[in-house]
Write a protein that binds this ligand. Structure first.
Ligand code: TYD
Length: 420
């Protein structure tokens, strides 16, 4: 098993670790780089930071932070309940309960369980009367969960969390051990294919240990006695897959969806673990034609174009802020070396991020107040995945001639005369 590096984003801080001005604690940095495994075809970080350093009891990311995601999780809960009629539900990475709060105990649902390693969030769901195990997901936690219900689970759900867990085999083994015979495991995470299509290299940060392809996931799941039975592509988080998994051979497989998703990845040159697309291609003379190397080059161009754009704006005397203190923007700012000299502040509606400084580059984070201030000319979309929601919310800013810039899918400006 060899991991071959294809993307180097330099030395980076811990993305969601916001800095208190004047704090004694030194920031932690690590080398952020992605590689692809030549056996499974899985894209993962070359250097993984211990999960206990990342998911602490001051972890900042609230899943309820946007209307888009609140609506998304309410719809997901309803859809899954209608489709699978689960008696027992468990969520891995239950965060602030944005998904589980849509389930109510009744004669048809007798157990609703959350698993959440960050104590600040586990406390929130406990207060919502949801049994929450304040642990990382692994085989031991799986035993606690089944001991609590006295039963296996019909629905195991996880959103934007499985790609955070370093050991996928242990993760899937633990899921298999708690899944009822006809139970389903549904998880959604951003995809490598969307990242390649969008040039959204900022999907890579300390938490995104893996960027999933269906081809690679299938191989690992099969080894664990599980299989993908359905896939739905979602627009959220810059393009995600909702993957439904069951015990091997237990459910009918939606072949059109599953084989279709694999074909799209193979056609895009992403499946390096097949005989046709040997990982060795990365290091041989044809490297220039390789999709992974092409992506690496695109990322460098994106960085250069963004820095040039910001320098031009500053040269013209424009005042520039960023919108959304995201983990993604931590990657962009540290990779492109963008600090308070180029972006004066970041606005974000998460109270625990306000008054802090962005990791690594020290840009002050402030509350949005009534919206972008009248003296600001341009806002970088740190939360580009919420472009529609933000443009709608900040219509006044656009009306008075303000504009947004983003690097996705290429460095561009979004202004009133440009549809957003
Ligand atoms: P998200 O894009 O989910 O980011 P990541 O996973 O990269 O950290 O985070 C969105 C952030 O943007 C979150 O901190 C909330 C903030 N936000 C606002 O401040 N205002 C808004 O209108 C929206 C949609 C998000």
């Amino acid at each position: 098993m060899t991991k071959i590096e294809y993307l180097d984003l330099g030395i980076q801080p811990i993305a969601n670790e916001y800095v208190t001005p004047g704090q004694d604690k030194a920031e932690l940095f690590f080398h952020l780089a992605m590689g692809v495994d030549d056996e499974t075809g899985m894209s993962s970080l070359m250097h993984v930071v211990d999960s206990r350093t990342v998911y602490t009891d001051t972890y900042a990311y609230h899943s309820s932070g946007s209307k888009t995601m609140r609506d998304h999780f309410a719809a997901a809960a309803k859809e899954l309940q209608d489709k699978w009629n689960p008696k027992t539900v468990l969520e891995i990475g239950s965060n602030d309960g944005v998904f589980l709060k849509n389930f109510t105990k009744s004669h048809s649902i007798h157990s609703i369980v959350g698993v959440e390693p960050c104590a600040n969030f586990a406390k929130i769901t406990e207060k919502m009367d949801i049994c929450t195990f304040n642990y990382f997901w692994n085989e031991e936690t799986a035993v606690y969960a089944t001991d609590y219900t006295g039963d296996k689970f019909d629905l195991v759900y996880s959103a934007n969390c499985i790609c955070h867990i370093p050991d996928l085999v242990e993760t899937f083994d633990a899921v298999k051990s708690i899944l009822s015979e006809s139970g389903v495991f549904v998880f959604e995470d951003p995809t490598l294919l969307d990242m390649f299509k969008n040039g959204s290299y900022d999907q890579v940060y300390v938490e995104h240990v893996h960027m999933f392809t269906v081809c690679a996931l299938s191989r690992i799941l099969n080894k664990c006695g599980l299989e993908i039975i359905d896939i739905e592509h979602l627009d959220v988080h810059g393009g995600s897959n909702r993957i439904t998994v069951g015990h091997l051979g237990e459910h009918a497989v939606n072949l059109e969806a599953v084989a279709g998703a694999k074909t799209n990845e193979i056609v895009a040159g992403l499946d390096l673990a097949t005989e046709t697309f040997q990982a060795k291609a990365l290091i041989n003379a044809n490297a220039n034609e390789n999709a992974y190397y092409a992506f690496g080059r695109r990322v460098m161009d994106s960085r250069d174009n963004l820095v040039i754009k910001l320098l031009e704006l500053r040269g013209d005397g424009k005042r520039v802020i960023s919108y959304g203190a995201t983990a993604k923007s931590t990657t962009v700012f540290n990779y492109c070396n963008i600090g308070p000299d180029m972006i004066e502040s970041i606005i974000d509606n998460t109270p625990s991020k306000q008054g802090k400084l962005s990791p690594g580059m020290g840009i002050p984070i402030i509350a949005p107040g009534d919206g972008i201030k009248s003296y600001i000319d341009v806002a970088f979309l740190g939360a580009w995945n919420f472009e529609k929601e933000i443009c709608k919310k900040e219509a006044k800013f656009l009306d008075r001639g303000g504009s947004f810039i983003t690097h996705v899918p290429y460095v561009r400006e979004i202004a009133i005369n440009v549809k957003c």
